[in-house]
Design a protein around this ligand. Sequence first.
Ligand SMILES: [Zn+2]
Ligand SMILES: [Zn+2]
Length: 326
Amino acid sequence: MADLETLGGEGGETIRCRYCGQLNNVRTQTGQARCGRCRLLLSEEPHKKFAHLDKYSYIHPLDSRALAALRNIPGIDTALKKLLEVTGESAIRVIFTASAVKVTPKQCPDLYYKLQVACTTLGVDMPELFVQQNPIVNAFTGGVKKPLIVLHSQLIERLNDEEVLAVIAHEVGHIHAEHVLYITAARLIEAVTNAALAASPVAALITQIVSLTMRSALLAWARRAELSCDRAALLVTQDPDVIGRTMMKLCGGTFASKIDYDQFLAQARDFQKNYDQKALDRFWADIINAGLTHPFPVWRVAEIMSWVESGEYARVLSGEPASAAA
Ligand SMILES: [Zn+2]
Ligand SMILES: [Zn+2]
């Protein structure tokens, strides 16, 4: 149980935040109090931090298969490294330092401490975190030598504190799972498939350096990599419904009060029942063409719920080695 002491004479109590470790003085009978530092709900439930989390304990089999196919393409690593050299990893940092708010212990501190919670839980060095004005609910990770995470402003407006933690944890998952080279290249390619950038010099460079085969294998993998990082996010929030509700908001794009979560879960179960791998594979191509980076929230929530139901999530959380079928 968490540290819970009653303060003599003040009618309140001290609760140590299970996520960030901050000591909070709370008055009794205030309902659900939040931590003054990370703003996550205070509770006496434990929060597990992993000492040595093996990425293979949570990597989704569709991710591993797509990654194996990607790695089989001759010259892919050399091509992607060259692409990032030419486009300039440092340029990414300069762009965000110039145009987005950098999160620090003094700037959007609750986001800073949520990032710290995700990093200490998964065992990852803190990357830089930025918030950028953008109406699309999204977030991404970029950079290989020194990864950084960018959260769109709209995401913070729409999600509650636990859901924001889930998104940050998903992005930290990309770093923990060592996705950064491939994911940065994928994001770059996605960015230039947008009409506005299609005629840019970067688009020409990509076509020059990265073959069509490489590009489609990379984008096919990038979507499946999301499934692994959703699992990493669950290992941080340690509440499947937080992941489910986050997906629901990404999916519906509207305020949660107007969408029924149980109906959304039923929809996900329905989807799982009629799931057709081949049909979905054909669909990926259209999704890639449409330039969507995080498609199929319903599919993703169905996947995360079946990981929970398989018992694998509980096994990883308890620190037991995952089964080979995980
Ligand atoms: Zn806290
Ligand atoms: Zn992702």
